[in-house]
Design a protein around this ligand. Sequence first.
Ligand code: AG3
Length: 286
Amino acid sequence: MKEFQETLYDSIAQCFRIDKMYFEHKTEHQHLMIFHNAFLGRVMTLDGIVQTTEKDEFIYHEMMAHVPILAHGHARRVLIIGGGDGAMLREVSRHRAIESIVMVEIDAEVIEMAKQHLPRHSAGAFTDPRLQLVISDGMEFVRGAESGQFDVIISDSTDPIGPGEVLFSEDFYGQCKRILAPGGVMATQNGVPFFQLDELIQTRERMGRHFADQSFYSAAVPTYYGGIMAFGWGSDDPGLRQVDEQTLQQRFREAGLETRYYTPQIHRASFALPAWVQDALDGYGQ
Ligand code: AG3
């Protein structure tokens, strides 16, 4: 029996049975694997870390796309950093009112292989005429981008190891803030606090230096082992985090979205952090 054992943490690991291997290759940037697991469906890993599975990807992608977009309320221009599997793009493109989507992925091979072996993730979204796909380092892209041009930025990154590390730097958050329009918001993948508390605190400090309102929201994604995953939140408008349920309900209905995890109630509740997480953050930044 073949198995994949994740190498994310030192003292503990999760293990998946590989029922069929679709693809395994060292790309220009990272080690990419796509395999089938009888329970999870297709699973994609990068550098030994589970990125996404067919069974639970909806939780992560719905929460990272719909929470910032519906909190914003009139987002027209969205930037996705990373997200090579195409599922973030799929969720963003479901918002008909969005006029342009720029997606910046460092690894062209991840996109190609995901289109081929993980087609349900993008579900055709790569042909969306509103999409401008850029193959580039996210950090370089934001450095070179014009100020004030995006309403929402979603950083769908790997963990801060390897090519994803710069996407957790203070410079990255500062550049994102610069290229957001007034009233804009950025959301980031920030790991599982139970195992990655230092990264949470670090993001609080680094992101908090650039945004008037820095916070986190969360969701439990089963294959990101260890309980809730934290999503970073940065905006200069503290009101975006406090949009009431009725307003969200109305925006949600108007957008005509059908979701499996996201609801306006979940949206509101996801900003409530467990006391031990809140305590760990207190005293750092905001
Ligand atoms: N990227 C986030 C993977 C995070 C895994 N980290 C962890 N378990 N701590 C997902 C990319 C999906 N589009």
